[in-house]
Design a protein around this ligand. Structure first.
Ligand SMILES: *Cc1c(COP(=O)(O)O)cnc(C)c1O
Length: 403
């Protein structure tokens, strides 16, 4: 099918929940994808920070092929080899002792919120409140939606799940004032992704952890977007010297296959006992085989190193553009999650569309921040190519805004 045929089918039969660009992507390899008409694009969206190893990485493809021929699904009535192997790798490489598997970021956050409440109810403590951040994003299911500190996602779905409070990100006094003896947990993205690539000051997360400790609340890091190497460390929290009690993962965890995970320390995880929480597909053989292959590749094949180097190179290039175009306000990020904030009145959506026409995929978050989240294996040549296209597009914008 070509673009037109696919778009017609989507419009006719698929629920209209996404504002989609008028192309269909049918093939991918590394940092490149192809649409239904055969046009090639340089992909700096990575399926929204999912394809951290690039599209169709051979290690992931082979793991999926092998596992698909052996066992695709069995239930959690039984032990699952690939699930226990991925859990071992995740816990050996993080603060955590135990992993609960599910199928998406929102589900991982549901599990985290449920675990925090269960932990305190098991202890007989009256703690159920969750504090999250303004401009946060935690997913679209009801608890995750209540946790998401952005009205635009919640509108029309009220009444929301109760007992969520929002404070400004990177404002330690606001958190200190909001936390009470009923606070079960503070939930936070180490770097806010969907909210506009907002990076905290170096000591903020450490201070958050101290306050949680002092007040007896749990600390939850939502690393659905910044986990799995995105920041140049395997997990975002490693950059800030503050480990949480609970962490959630999803997007980049299985090289493109749907998966979610909630990790916790033993002390906290023990509140989940047989029958308290579950997921039919959670930790299934296919997804965890892909996850194991993806994680081993990140750890063993220099991916983090490339992420840091390419991230620094891309940041330099974007700062170069900032020096050239007055309507580029700020470049911020870590590793290969980088945002470029636009001045008021400059339409990010127009820049994204023009890039697409010229064969480059990027996206815009928080209304006015262009986000660059290429695969962590992106090369300097690919970054140069991206910069070339973006420069041409920005030159067009500066002409129109001067007119
Ligand atoms: C994408 C995202 C989610 C939601 O993940 P889904 O798989 O879409 O449910 C949650 N938290 C963060 C930080 C995200 O970026």
């Amino acid at each position: 099918m070509d673009n037109k045929a696919i778009i017609e089918l989507t419009t006719k039969h698929v629920a209209n929940t996404y504002g989609r660009f008028p192309i269909a992507i049918v093939k991918g390899k590394g940092c490149r994808v192809w649409d239904g008409d055969g046009k090639q694009y340089l992909d700096f969206t990575s399926g929204l920070a999912v394809c951290n190893l690039g599209h169709c990485h051979p290690n992931v493809v082979n793991a999926i092929k092998e596992q698909a021929e052996k066992l695709i699904h069995i239930s959690n009535l039984y032990h699952i080899e690939t699930q226990s192997e991925l859990a071992r790798l995740l816990t050996e490489n993080s603060f955590a002792d135990k992993v609960f598997f599910c199928n998406s970021g929102a589900e991982a956050n549901e599990a985290a919120i449920k675990l925090a409440r269960k932990y305190f109810s098991t202890k007989g403590e009256n703690r159920y409140h969750i504090i999250t951040m303004e401009k946060s994003f935690h997913g679209r299911t009801f608890a995750a939606l209540a946790a998401t500190g952005q009205k635009k996602f919640q509108a029309g779905f009220e009444p929301l799940l109760e007992k969520f409070t929002y404070v400004p990100f990177n404002d330690i006094e606001a958190l200190r004032n909001a936390i009470t003896e009923h606070t079960a947990a503070v939930m936070i993205e180490p770097i806010q992704g969907e909210g506009g690539v907002n990076v905290p000051s170096d000591d903020y997360l450490k201070q958050v952890k101290e306050i949680c400790k002092e007040k007896g609340a749990l600390l939850i890091f939502d690393e659905v977007q910044v986990g799995m190497g995105r920041t140049g460390a395997l997990f975002g929290y490693e950059n800030y010297g503050a480990a949480p009690d609970i962490m959630t993962l999803a997007k980049g965890l299985a090289g493109g296959v749907a998966i979610g995970a909630m990790l916790a320390t033993d002390a906290v995880a023990q509140a989940f006992t047989p029958g308290t929480h579950a997921s039919t597909f959670g930790g299934n053989p296919l997804a965890t085989a892909a996850g194991t292959a993806a994680l081993k590749t990140i750890i063993n094949e220099g991916v983090l190193d490339n992420c840091r180097k390419s991230g620094a190179y891309l940041t330099d290039k974007l700062n170069g553009l900032k020096g050239k175009f007055a309507f580029l306000k700020e470049v911020r990020g870590k590793g290969l999650i980088i945002g470029m904030e636009l001045a008021d009145g400059i339409k990010g959506g127009d820049i994204v569309k023009e890039c697409l026409n010229k064969g480059l995929l990027i996206n815009c978050v928080g209304d006015k921040t262009l986000r660059f989240i290429p695969a962590l294996v992106v090369t300097t040549q690919e970054i140069d190519e991206m910069t070339g296209i973006l420069t041409a597009v920005l030159e067009g914008i500066s002409c129109t805004s001067l007119r």
